[in-house]
Design a protein around this ligand. Structure first.
Ligand code: HPA
Length: 234
């Protein structure tokens, strides 16, 4: 057990999917895994372990934002020996060609700062995805015919952003989408020798103001999870 995860040693798989929302962790476990068992409920941040096509896999909520995700990523890797962490979540599209329901595979994740900035100090570190996971996810998305974009995203600290100039610079520099966790996930994974990837679904668009309905969300989130699991075990 760790401070934030109540699972016993051995109860968490090497591969962990990390949605921000703990209720989505439950839905993923119930919908995609066989023999799923709840292994964490500390602070309501639900975690489950089961199998997918015979492969052992866990799903652990990360909470929203890099400060929260950092706690779970550190404990999963350092205390439970997780080796592959894949964030599954939503993002806000930033480019005109990035549409609602599209999948975004984050090759890199830019940020203003992350919890790891206290370690990296003056270094403008470039958090990047594990290449093997990224390649396998892109191949699977292609085979499934899911509209997918591979490139840079922005991991923001503020959902209620009051810096339109900053978003404009992100757009100008080709950033595909915004979310709030991937940069710290990539940095913690790199620091401890684990593999990481963020597989995201566009749930809203910053330019157009469009957003997915909840029925649409569920259907498109299924593609994202299939892509994430295939990449993990590809
Ligand atoms: N901002 C930050 N995170 C998000 C957004 C957004 O617009 N949409 C989905 N996750």
């Amino acid at each position: 057990m760790t401070i934030h995860i109540g699972a016993k040693p051995g109860e968490i798989a090497d591969t962990v999917l990390m949605p921000g929302d703990p209720m989505r962790a439950k839905w993923v476990a119930e919908t995609f895994l066989e023999d799923a068992r709840q292994v964490n409920e500390v602070r309501g941040m639900l975690g489950f372990t089961g199998t997918w096509h015979g492969h052992r896999v866990s799903v652990q909520g990360s909470g929203m934002g890099m400060a929260s995700l950092s706690i779970y990523a550190n404990e999963l890797i350092r205390d439970y020996d997780a080796t592959t962490l894949i964030r599954i979540g939503s993002c806000g599209g930033m480019q005109p060609h990035v549409a609602l329901r599209d999948v975004v595979l984050a090759a890199t994740a830019s940020s203003i700062s992350t919890p790891s900035s206290t370690i990296l100090r003056e270094v403008n570190y470039a958090p990047c995805a594990d290449f093997g996971l990224l390649r396998d996810a892109a191949a699977r998305a292609d085979a499934m015919d899911v509209p997918t974009h591979v490139g840079g995203i922005y991991s923001s600290d503020t959902f209620y952003d009051e810096r339109p100039d900053l978003n404009a610079e992100m757009v100008r520099h080709g950033i595909l989408a915004v979310e709030m966790e991937a940069a710290e996930l990539y940095t913690v994974a790199a620091r401890h020798g684990a593999r990481a990837l963020a597989v995201l679904t566009v749930s809203d668009h910053l330019e157009t103001g469009e957003a997915l309905s909840s029925a649409d969300r569920e259907r498109s989130f299924s593609d994202m999870i299939e892509i994430a699991l295939s990449a993990a075990f590809g």
